[in-house]
Every structure is written in C-alpha cells, then in structure tokens.
Design a protein around this ligand. Structure first.
Ligand code: C2E
Ligand code: MG
Ligand code: MG
Ligand code: MG
Length: 291
C-alpha cells in the first residue's frame, strides 16, 4: 500500500524520497535480473506516480503538476525511471505502463477536483512507443471523459528526439491530440538537434528548458545566454516557457527577470506522492473553496 511505500522511501524523515542506487558495474546484471520482475510489476501494482509542482514564476501560484513514475521494488525500494524505463521500452511494455501513468494522473486530477482544489494542470510524459501505439488518441479521449477532465487541463510532454525520429507517424497523432484540446509541451528543450525547426513544425504550446541549461546559472554566462534566448524565442512564437531543475534562489531570480512563465524544481518541491502534494498545497496556498 502507498503509505508504507512512502515510509520506506523516506531516508531521513524529511521530504526526501531517496532512490535506490546500484553500482555502475551492476547495471548490466541488473537489467537481466530486473526484466522478468518488470514484466510482473504492473500486475503486482508496484508502480507509483509522484507529482512535482510547476508554479507561475510571477505570482507563485500553482500552475500545474508533472506526473513522474517510480517503481517500488520489493527489495531495492524506490527506483528512478532512468533505471527501469529503458528496460520497459526494450521489452515493449512502454505503452501499457505509460497509459497506466496517464490514467493514474487523470484519476488523481479528478480526486483533487472532488476535494475542492481549483483545477491546475496535469502534465504527463509521453514515450515514443505510446504516441505511435494504435488508438492512442482514443485512449486519451476516453480517459478525459471517464474522469471528467477538461482537455486543456491535460498537458502531454514530448521529447523532440522521439518526434524527430518518427516525424511522419508522430505528427498526425500530435495534431489529433491538439484537435482534442489537449496541450502539448516540448520537454528537455535545448538538448537535442533541430530544436528551432521543430518549434515551428510541432503543434506545441509550451517549451520546457532542460535542467542542464538551468544548473549552472548564474555561474555560466553561456547557459544564461541560451536560456534567455530560448525564452525570448518561445515568446516570440507565442509559446509559454517552463524552466526545469530550478534549485536555487539565484536561478529563480534570473528566470523571473527573463520573464520565464513557470518554474519547476527542487527549490519549489521535489516530486512527491499525491497525498504529500495535497498537504504541500494546503501548506502553501489557501485554495480549497476559493474558486
Ligand atoms: P523529465 O520529464 O524531464 O522530468 C524531470 C526530471 O527532473 C524528473 O526526474 C525530476 O525528478 C527531475 N527534477 C525535477 N526538479 C529537479 C531539480 O531541481 N534538480 C534535479 N537535479 N532534478 C530535478 P525523474 O523523475 O527521475 O524522471 C526522469 C525522466 O524519466 C523524466 O524526465 C522523463 O523523461 C522520464 N519519465 C518519468 N516518468 C515518465 C512516464 O510516466 N512516462 C515516460 N514516458 N517518461 C517518464
Ligand atoms: Mg517531463
Ligand atoms: Mg525534462
Ligand atoms: Mg529529462
């Protein structure tokens, strides 16, 4: 159950959900060992969805939350998506797991609504396999109906390299999602190739500045210049901008000064379970019954 899972994952009593960290040399060995376990993980209900807030840079109000999957391994404890999603993709289970995350996020949005919170946006990451899977747009449409979620409350985050690799197949799907009214965000922006070109070609409404560009602000003038340019370019294309990986007050001040729209990062909150996020909302805002 989710409560014990959270308990085990807390390593020092703070809001610090520490990940299991294998030795580098163990990783191949791990893969072989984890594959059969991952095939059973969904049926055994071992995946968890954590949520990380995104705030409006100017007002500080909550603008949304990003859903991030974790694996509650029976012996290892909480495992990060970087460790197991590549295996999930390799064994062809990414659509199933990704759609499960999507449903959890929609169900959670509906619970927050029932609890009286004003509707903030729910962002969910999409994998390439998922975008290209048969009937994906119908899956999204049915989940929105089932959980009575306004399409523009859902934001799907895509990686440009995925879309670049399968542009012909992916673009029509993204256009259909837009027609549904769902929002699209380009994740990890600034790390791939052809970024500028894709900004123009894809039906996205938001750009997420990759955390690698935020990390060395204010010490690296090049990163500052790139972040500044991404914000200006996005705004001139009528796109909003969310900065990822905001960890310090200096980074926050810089990004606000550059008119970045939203901030996401450990400075605001780490990704945390839904119940902890409700508590975080209660502590930081006066939201319930206010809409
Ligand atoms: P992402 O979508 O770019 O998510 C942001 C990552 O940055 C998350 O890592 C988050 O925990 C981390 N992060 C947030 N704030 C900070 C910060 O201030 N400092 C630092 N150093 N890191 C921060 P996480 O949860 O390990 O996820 C890694 C990646 O795994 C995600 O990157 C996303 O690409 C992928 N992922 C996670 N959940 C899903 C999912 O449900 N479906 C798919 N397809 N991919 C997912
Ligand atoms: Mg993301
Ligand atoms: Mg990202
Ligand atoms: Mg990333």
């Amino acid at each position: 159950n989710a409560d014990t899972a959270v308990h085990q994952a807390k390593d020092d009593g703070r809001n610090n959900y520490a990940f299991y960290q294998p030795e580098q040399t163990q990783i191949i060995e791990q893969w072989v060992r984890l594959e059969p376990e991952l095939r059973r993980a969904l049926a055994l209900d071992q995946f968890r969805v954590f949520y990380q807030p995104q705030i409006d840079a100017m007002t500080g109000q909550i603008s949304g939350v990003e859903a991030l999957v974790r694996w509650e391994h029976p012996e290892n404890g909480l495992m990060s998506p970087g460790l197991f999603l590549p295996i999930i993709e390799e064994i062809g289970l990414m659509t199933q797991v990704g759609n499960w995350v999507l449903e959890q996020a929609c169900a959670q949005a509906s619970q927050w609504k029932d609890a009286g919170y004003p509707p903030f946006r729910i962002a969910v990451n999409l994998a390439g396999q998922q975008i290209l899977s048969h009937g994906f747009v119908s899956v999204v449409k049915e989940l929105l109906e089932k959980y009575e979620i306004e399409p523009d409350q859902l934001e799907l985050e895509i990686l440009e390299n995925i879309v670049m690799k399968h542009a012909d197949a992916a673009k029509p799907v993204l256009n259909e999602l837009r027609t549904l009214g769902v929002r699209l965000a380009l994740d990890d922006f600034g790390t791939g190739y052809s970024s500028l070109c894709y900004l123009k070609m894809l039906p996205v409404q938001k750009v997420k500045i990759d955390q690698s560009l935020v990390r060395d602000i204010p010490n690296d003038p090049d990163d500052e210049a790139i972040a500044r340019a991404i914000i200006a370019l996005s705004h001139s294309l009528n796109l909003s901008v969310c900065a990822e990986g905001v960890e310090t007050e200096e980074q926050k001040a810089f990004l606000r000064g550059e008119n970045c729209d939203q901030l996401q990062g450990y400075l605001i909150s780490r990704p945390i379970p839904a119940a902890a996020l409700s508590q975080w909302l209660d502590e930081h805002y006066d939201l319930i019954g206010k809409h």
